[in-house]
Design a protein around this ligand. Structure first.
Ligand code: G3P
Length: 217
C-alpha cells in the first residue's frame, strides 16, 4: 500500500513549526539557497534544530561537487541526527557518491533531477529519494508532471523502492497532479501548504451554516 508523504521545503524554523502543528507533516527538505535565506546561521546547529522539530526525514545538501569531498561532507552531516538524509545533485560524481553512501547505509535524496535516466541511475545506485524539479521544468516550457509520470512508470516496471519526491512545487495544482500520478512525496513551500485547505465555497458555506444556526438559537 503506497502512501503520500508531505514535506515542507524550507529552512525556516517558524514555518516548520507552523506546518508541523497541522499534524500532517512527514519531513523537511532544505537546500543551500533556502539555508542562505536564514542569514548567517551555523549550518549544523540549524539542521539539528530542524531535526528536533520534525522526527521524519530532513534533507541536508552537500556543497562539494567531487565524489570524495561529497562523501566526507555527507558523513559529517549524517552525524547530526538519525533523521538526516543527504541531498546530492544528480551529476556523475553525485551518482557515485549516492552508491558510496547507500553502501554505508546513509540515506540520500538525489536532487536537481530533470530527466528520467538520472532517476533510473540513482535508483540503481540505491537512492532513498529522487527529487524531480517540476516547477523548474515548467519554467522553461517543459512538462514537469510528464517527468513524474515517466519516473513512476520506470520505477514500477522494475520494482525500484526509491521514493519519488515531487520538488520545486509552485502551486496547489502541482500537489494534486503529483498525488494523482503516484509521487511518494511532495515537498511544498510554506505558502502553498497554506493554500491546500482553502476553498471559497467552504468559507461561504460555513458562514451560511452559522448564520442559519444563529437565527433560531
Ligand atoms: O526542493 C527543491 C526546491 O527547493 C527547488 O524549488 O522553487 O527553487 O525551484 P525552486
Amino acid at each position: 500500500m503506497r502512501r503520500m508523504d508531505i514535506y515542507i521545503d524550507t529552512a525556516n524554523l517558524d514555518e516548520i513549526r507552523q506546518a508541523a502543528s497541522l499534524g500532517v507533516l512527514d519531513g523537511v527538505t532544505t537546500n543551500p539557497s533556502l539555508v542562505s535565506k536564514e542569514g548567517n546561521v551555523q549550518f549544523h546547529d540549524h539542521l539539528r534544530a530542524i531535526c528536533e522539530l520534525v522526527p521524519g526525514p530532513v534533507s541536508a545538501e552537500v556543497v562539494a561537487t567531487d565524489h570524495d569531498q561529497m562523501v566526507t561532507e555527507a558523513e559529517q552531516l549524517a552525524q547530526i541526527a538519525d533523521n538526516i538524509v543527504i541531498k546530492v545533485p544528480c551529476t556523475v560524481d553525485g551518482l557515485r557518491a549516492c552508491k558510496s553512501l547507500s553502501d554505508q547505509g546513509i540515506r540520500t535524496n538525489m536532487t536537481l533531477c530533470f530527466q528520467p535516466m538520472q532517476a533510473l541511475f540513482v535508483a540503481k545506485a540505491g537512492a532513498f529519494l529522487v527529487s524531480p524539479f517540476v516547477g523548474r521544468v515548467d519554467d522553461i516550457s517543459g512538462d514537469g508532471m510528464e517527468l513524474i509520470s515517466q519516473i513512476r512508470q520506470i520505477y514500477d516496471n522494475y520494482g525500484f523502492s526509491t521514493k519519488i519526491l515531487s520538488a520545486s512545487i509552485r502551486h496547489p495544482t502541482h500537489v494534486v497532479q503529483s498525488a494523482m500520478l503516484g509521487a511518494d512525496v511532495a515537498t511544498i513551500p510554506f505558502k502553498v501548504i497554506g493554500q491546500l485547505m482553502n476553498h471559497p465555497l467552504t468559507d461561504i458555506g460555513l458562514e451560511r451554516f452559522l448564520a442559519d444556526w444563529k437565527k433560531v438559537h
